[in-house]
Design a protein around this ligand. Sequence first.
Ligand code: NDP
Length: 347
Amino acid sequence: DFAVLGHQECWENVYPFIHQVRDAKLRAIPEEDIKYLFPYFPPRSIFRITVHSIQPDKQICGHYIETFLPPDRLDTVFSKENLRKVSEAAICADKLQVPVATLGGFTSIILEGQLNLLPAGLQTQFTTGNTLTAAFIVQSLQDACALLHKDISQSHLLIIGATGDIGSACAGYFLEKAAKLTLAARNRRRLYELSTKLSKCTVQLADSVEESAAEADIIIAVASATNVKLPHVKPGAIIVDAGFPKNIDATALDLRNVHLYFGGMGYVSGGYSFSPDYKQTLYHFPEDNIAHGCVLEAAVLAFENKRESFSQGRGHITSEKMDQISTWARKHGIVPAPFYNHQGLWQ
Ligand code: NDP
């Protein structure tokens, strides 16, 4: 019914993953050999995913297709080979005859959401999954504000990665809702273009994002970046880190004074399972049934029999589209995940 094109976040995940792909009973391959061989593995379906709706007797099945992108070779110098692997994974989805497939994490970033970079003539429809991810971010942030008695209309909101697909969707959504909106990224031209389009917002270059972070009441981090350090954050601030891998260096935050949680994640009320069971190897969530928004977008489209590229390109996510996909998701019991971070669930 659907497929997910995915990749591993770091080498520490790759080693147990490969061990399980080969067969856990076989002798383990040394880590340096795995690192050498990994880029040569062709993309392929590794396990099946079954997702249960809360509607009676409704469930769908999907394929997890591993792209075997080496986690330390995601930057632009490796674009050509990474694009080739994503294209091979797309062909694999097509051969499996899945109607709709989501481009998880970096597989959509490398394409910049431009699905025309994939091989021509494929029957499978591809989606970036960014609309449901953005919808989960804005919904969960409003819930967090209600829980912590923070009034968004009185708050200064900073978005790190604001010119990206998900960041610009969040900026558009909160523009009229927040007291002040600051947009941060590295590319000055794209920042100014976005601020001109949205008006009323301030911009901040990524290398001095610390200044705005020290004044913000709410921070959404949705950049393709890691180890962003925020040494001075307002006490009581809410920080949503929706990056994959995580954007913010959480060790530099005093979590007794700030509220950090991982955003863009959903919760499948009816449950989901993998066959063979890769949950322990791939997912380190504090509770069962949590999954990435981008993965769940394909599942929701499959439940609704929508064979379409729901999310594509950059900057096309509207509040109406976020409402649409979250209404479909809710129908099947797919809602924003509970609040959690690397220390576990919020109490
Ligand atoms: P895009 O590539 O569209 O946007 C990335 C944004 O990050 C751009 O604004 C870019 O602008 C900015 N950026 C890159 N490096 C830095 C930096 N060092 N400091 C500040 N800003 C930076 O990505 P998406 O919107 O598609 O995805 C954003 C993030 O969300 C990624 O980490 C992705 O993996 C994650 N994601 C999470 C999902 C989930 O289910 N939770 C689903 C899909 C994506 P510039 O280059 O000018 O700096």
